[in-house]
Design a protein around this ligand. Structure first.
Ligand code: NAD
Length: 250
């Protein structure tokens, strides 16, 4: 008899930064595979239009969240109810030379990409522990594993996400909570699409061994693996989806 991978039916997933890009896509994929999805981001109006797309597949709810605010995180935990799968995706970048990188930009990037990620995971892990477990997927980046110019705070924050993933995996394995990281390479989204048409953008793509950008769909396999019980013996892993960018030649 043919066996299928475990689905997500009956699971409740929360996706942060769900109003655009990767987060909006993740919410749709999780719903398409049976999860009830809570979409979270700062602007409820932007979330509503994503929710109507998610509802083609399954149930969606929108909750306002600013991951940098303790009060907002607490309100979200209250409103969202029990969560089995947390996709910690909200993030931003502030670009520019390290010599002139502003302290307020450093703080904003760290507060959003790293501190907000940790404290939201902490807040939701309490309920996961009570219910016997859960899966946390932290969205890192290949810039947390290698470096590039002009993104100092972003790269450091994503390196922090890598180590956060491993330390939480170690501490929370005993509660049945798995913590893994998805590290995308360069993904083609609405926000960066113009850049790929520039000379610098084309040069960057030429350094990716597969010679193309990632598409949102390229992340689906790893997202669904980490969200589902198919990865039940995986925790503390950091997996890149990058067309081989991390292994390009010296
Ligand atoms: P995006 O700008 O389209 O999405 C970011 C999301 O985070 C938005 O919904 C935004 O509203 C939300 N967000 C930002 N600050 C927030 C806050 N304080 N509280 C709540 N939500 C907040 O960008 P994206 O490309 O979809 O990025 C999503 C994640 O993927 C980020 O963590 C990013 O670092 C990571 N990533 C993206 C790429 C890429 O090529 N696009 C590559 C590697 C990693």
């Amino acid at each position: 008899m043919a066996e299928t991978l475990p689905g997500l039916a009956g699971k409740r997933a929360l996706v942060t930064g769900a109003s655009s890009g990767l987060g909006a896509h993740f919410a749709q994929r999780l719903a398409a595979h049976g999860a009830d999805v809570v979409l979270a981001a700062r602007r409820l109006d932007a979330l509503q239009s994503v929710a109507s797309m998610v509802e083609q597949y399954g149930r969606a709810r929108c909750v306002a969240l600013d991951v940098t605010s303790a009060a907002s995180r607490a309100a979200l935990v209250e409103e969202a109810g029990p969560i089995d799968i947390l996709v910690n995706n909200a993030g931003l970048v502030r670009e520019g030379p390290a010599l002139v990188h502003a302290e307020e930009d450093w703080d904003l990037v760290m507060d959003t990409n790293l501190k907000g990620m940790f404290f939201l995971a902490q807040a939701l892990a309490a309920g996961m522990r009570e219910r016997g477990g859960g899966s946390i997927i932290n969205v890192a980046s290949i810039l947390g594993l290698r470096q590039a110019g002009g993104v100092v705070s972003y790269a450091v924050s994503k390196a922090g996400v890598v180590q956060l993933t491993r330390t939480l995996a170690l501490e929370w394995a005993r509660y049945g909570i798995r913590v893994n990281a998805l590290a995308p390479g360069y993904i083609d989204t609405d926000i960066n699409r113009d850049f790929w048409q520039t000379e610098a953008g084309r040069a960057l793509v030429s350094r990716i061994p597969q010679r193309r950008l990632g598409q949102l769909e390229d992340l689906d396999g790893l997202l669904l693996l980490l969200a589902s019980d198919a990865s039940r013996y995986m925790t503390g892993t950091v997996l890149a989806v990058d067309g081989g960018h991390l292994v390009n030649t010296l």
